[in-house]
Design a binder for this molecule. Structure first.
Ligand code: HEC
Ligand code: HEC
Length: 477
């Protein structure tokens, strides 16, 4: 039936002539744009998706690499029933970067009576000493953020770098004895050692043999204590869903209390020695080109991570006014006060609009460029379910985003306000076809470069005589 439909389309459409199946970069980009336009002119419907897929099929035996996102999205729309549900619990062992306690260094093996097979993950009492000896970047720190899984602000992170994989483990040591009001102090002093931490161990592993690198996140919280020492039960259940709201990609850097861009009224700068430890940890955590991975089930790819067509914060089009002076003047001070408090609540502050401080709208305008880096390749996308608190933290509290841009406090508040005003404006805008403009423009389908090698083996081929390759393709391999 589909074949019939396809030949029908082929015969009736003169635009499918040879020269409309380009193989050079420029032609591919043009063709991709025209396909997205066709899809949008067809009302973003399943039918128009089908038509676009058949155009691709007619042209190429093997889908060009830079049509990857376009193909994935539209094919999933048309053949949704063939795509596996998005779930990580059905990852095979072979897809897992680590699959048992034995994939961790021996130091973390918890054994009953110190004999036999490891049954749990433990942190040795002298973990900091061991880490130092083994050159494992590690630091005990107080978070300035509101994330975390146990109570209190203390966290301990250890990074085990390897040739083929990096393993990062983080636990929450007990809060300080004097945690209620310990003022600006940035150095943790947990009531118990790291080996006697609270309930949750999070592990992030990154497979460095894959391009792009693939990250997997685990939350292990079904442990128990023996003589006060915490034992964490291992599990191969990996999570993506909840973690995605704050981790735009699997690894994210840490921003401890006292480390860079400090708020002098509420925190003290940490020592050089401590800061060097944080840098060493962050060096591993800031690798680019990392994804949540995918899995092939019955020839179909299941991509983990956010849905492709969720709006990306910072994206704009000239067709909707979100960058004019009048738009920016309106959004800049729409919200004037932001309260931030970190887990454990000894780090808290009101960030308020200062009526006396002048702002430069041009600076705000050009800082509204998050998508330039947060494009799903260099950095993770700031999708619809990404936490606005995390965005607030990075812009207003720790001043890390956008990187290396000097903005005053008001400009930071304005940037935050205007990014979300822009998002609302764009998402509520319909184009001349009554389509959602973000979907119609298909920005997320244009991310992969059309330069470089687009076809793995044979030349692309206009195969009107070939009756194969009409419906689902084995394009993943
Ligand atoms: C509410 C936001 C939030 C959520 C949800 C969240 N995280 Fe995080 N996570 C953070 C922040 C913030 C940091 C950096 C810590 C800091 O700067 O104080 C972090 C850091 C980490 C780290 C250490 C740094 C790294 O990249 O390895 C691990 C491990 C981690 N998170 C695991 C997880 C896992 C697993 C999940 C899901 C089960 C998760 N997180 C969900 C906010 C969050
Ligand atoms: C020049 C590239 C660049 C631009 C532009 C940029 N970012 Fe980032 N962003 C990064 C890098 C690199 C990291 C990871 C390193 C770090 O956390 O310091 C990051 C991390 C983040 C994080 C932490 C969460 C995570 O998963 O790593 C948030 C939130 C964030 N950026 C928000 C924004 C927002 C909002 C904007 C726009 C106002 C923006 N960024 C613009 C490069 C950029």
């Amino acid at each position: 039936m589909l074949k019939l439909l396809l030949s029908f389309v082929f015969i009736l459409s003169p635009s499918f002539a040879q020269d409309s199946c380009p193989t050079d970069a420029r032609g591919l980009i043009k063709f991709r744009n025209s396909l997205i336009e066709d899809y949008s002119n067809g009302g973003l419907s399943t039918k128009s998706a089908e038509k676009v897929l058949s155009q691709i099929d007619k042209c190429y035996k093997e889908t060009p690499k830079c049509f990857d996102d376009l193909f994935y999205y539209l094919d999933k729309k048309v053949n949704s029933h063939k795509y596996p549900m998005k779930s990580t619990s059905n990852l095979d062992k072979s897809d897992l970067t680590i699959s048992s306690i034995k994939d961790l260094p021996k130091e973390f093996w918890g054994k009953r009576d110190n004999k036999g097979e490891p049954e749990s993950i433990i942190f040795p009492e002298n973990i900091e000493e061991i880490a130092k000896k083994k050159n494992w970047p590690n630091v005990l720190y107080k978070t300035r953020g509101s994330g975390g899984f146990d109570s209190g602000e203390n966290l301990y992170i250890v990074v085990i770098p390897g040739e083929d994989k990096d393993i990062v483990m983080q636990v929450s040591p007990e809060p300080d004895k004097d945690s209620v009001k310990n003022g600006k102090k940035s150095r943790p002093n947990p009531a118990e050692g790291i080996h006697k931490s609270q309930e949750t161990l999070t592990i992030i592993t990154v497979d460095k043999t894959k391009v792009p690198r693939v990250g997997q996140l685990r939350l292990l919280s079904n442990g128990y204590k023996v003589d006060g020492v915490r034992h964490y039960k291992f599990s191969n259940e990996t999570s993506v869903g909840d973690c995605l709201s704050c981790h735009s990609k699997p690894f994210r850097s840490i921003s401890p209390r006292g480390f860079e861009n400090i708020q002098e009224d509420i925190e003290e700068k940490m020592s050089e020695e401590e800061a060097a430890k944080v840098h060493a940890v962050n060096q591993v955590l800031t690798t680019e080109n990392m994804t949540w991975g995918s899995k092939i089930i019955s020839g179909k790819e299941m991509r983990l991570g956010p849905n492709l067509n969720e709006y990306w914060l910072g994206w704009a089009t000239e067709k909707v006014d979100t960058k004019s002076d009048s738009f920016l003047e309106k959004c800049a001070s729409s919200r004037k006060s932001f309260y931030h408090y970190a887990l454990g609540s000894t780090y808290e502050k009101d960030f308020e609009w200062d009526e006396k401080q002048k702002i430069d709208l041009n600076k705000v305008r050009s800082a509204m460029n998050c998508v330039e880096c947060h494009d799903g390749k260099q950095q993770g996308v700031l999708h619809s379910n990404f936490s606005s608190d995390e965005v607030k933290f990075k812009i207003i509290v720790d001043h890390k985003m956008p990187p290396n841009v000097a903005l005053n406090e008001n400009e930071r508040i304005a940037l935050y306000n205007c990014l979300y005003a822009q998002r609302n404006e764009i998402l509520s805008h319909r184009d001349e076809n009554r389509n959602n403009i973000w979907e119609a423009e298909g920005y997320w389908m244009k991310q992969t470069s059309c330069r470089g090698k687009q076809f793995e083996s044979a030349n692309p081929l206009k195969n009107n005589s070939n009756s194969e390759g009409t419906s689902s393709k084995g394009r993943d391999i």
